[in-house]
Design a protein around this ligand. Structure first.
Ligand SMILES: [Zn+2]
Length: 331
């Protein structure tokens, strides 16, 4: 019987590992997750993952042929196949490609979640027709993946595209990276919470936000308040969009993309974030770029973005001539 080619996309997060078996068109054959255990060595995590996957795959392996594995994870380095100093995972230096290939003797590639999301958009989402675009994920941090001439920009060390850690306010908010004033301390789900608490402290406007203890504040609650007309919540979205728009105007001057795609977290607020972002980007754009760059919401279903992205990454890699692969094939 003829088999259908599929790849495995894996997303590693601080609390769980999710995976999906996906065909060329982005259709899921199966999807599962396992929880991360505190202080578990990576070797034992991948052993559990392998067991869980095989239990499920064995029932469909006569119909589907697994060609490769793509992994999306924080601080994952495409060039070396490693995850380095991930504060989310508490891993110092782990060669994920080698570990995964202990169990599966097929091509394996790894990249960070934002780059994976960019590849997912390019293959399955709203960026299908773009060769030059910037993918921005607005979760607890701000991740970005940059595509130029159809290729992800990795840079010398595999870490290119950290727009979230460009300085937007000199001596501004403290960032998890150890510096101050990074874009992601303002433009992210955690950033907008900080903005709301600053606004509440600085102004006397009536706001439903005043009744929410700061540790219970979420970007979703801010969104709900904003659509119900809360002034503070609306101001927070406006200033967040302004900071993002101004930063994107700078990024456009450097990269000249056709589009900027916003996904996850704050991006789910739709027009509340997209409208001010667009307005302030246009306002600050160099004349020759004005009116040319689209800002779009993600075309991928949230929750599946990184898995689909990891699948897109390995499909892309499998299409490349073998000699151009840097780490995926062990000799
Ligand atoms: Zn930073």
């Amino acid at each position: 019987m003829a088999t259908i080619d599929v790849v495995l996309g894996v997303e590693i997060e601080g609390t769980r590992v999710s995976f999906g078996l996906v065909d060329k068109f982005g259709n899921y054959v199966l999807e599962e997750k396992i929880p991360m255990k505190a202080h578990e060595p990576p070797e034992s995590l991948f052993l559990r993952l392998n067991k869980k996957f095989n239990d499920i795959y064995s029932s469909v392996s006569d119909k589907y042929k697994l060609l490769g594995i793509g992994v999306a994870a924080p601080t994952a380095n495409y060039a070396t196949g490693t995850i380095e100093n991930s504060s989310n995972l508490n891993w110092k230096h782990v060669n994920v490609v080698e570990l995964v290939q202990k169990y599966w003797d097929i091509p394996v590639v790894i990249t960070n979640d934002a780059n994976a999301a960019a590849l997912g958009e390019a293959r399955y989402g709203v960026a299908k027709n773009f060769k030059n675009f910037i993918q921005i994920t607005l979760g607890t941090g701000l991740g970005s993946g940059i595509v130029v001439d159809g290729n992800i920009v990795y840079g010398t060390d595999g870490f290119a595209g950290e727009i979230g850690h460009t300085t937007v306010v000199r001596n501004g908010r403290h960032c998890g990276c150890g510096r101050q004033g990074c874009l992601e301390t303002y433009v992210s789900t955690s950033g907008i919470i900080r903005t709301v608490s600053e606004l509440l402290a600085m102004h006397n406007d009536e706001s439903v936000m005043r009744e929410i203890p700061i540790h219970e504040m979420t970007s979703k609650l801010i969104y709900k308040a904003a659509i119900n007309g809360d002034v503070v919540a609306n101001t927070a979205f406006e200033t967040t969009g302004q900071m993002l728009g101004e930063s994107l105007a700078n990024a456009v001057a450097i990269l000249s993309p056709e589009a900027i795609i916003l996904s996850e977290g704050l991006a789910l607020a739709g027009d509340l974030i997209i409208r001010p972002t667009k307005f302030h980007m246009e306002k600050n754009l160099l004349n020759l770029f004005k009116g040319k760059v689209q800002i779009l919401a993600s075309g991928l279903t949230t929750g599946n973005v990184a898995i689909l992205g990891a699948c897109a990454l390995i499909w892309h890699e499998l299409q490349l001539p073998k000699h151009t692969l840097r780490v995926v094939y062990a000799e």
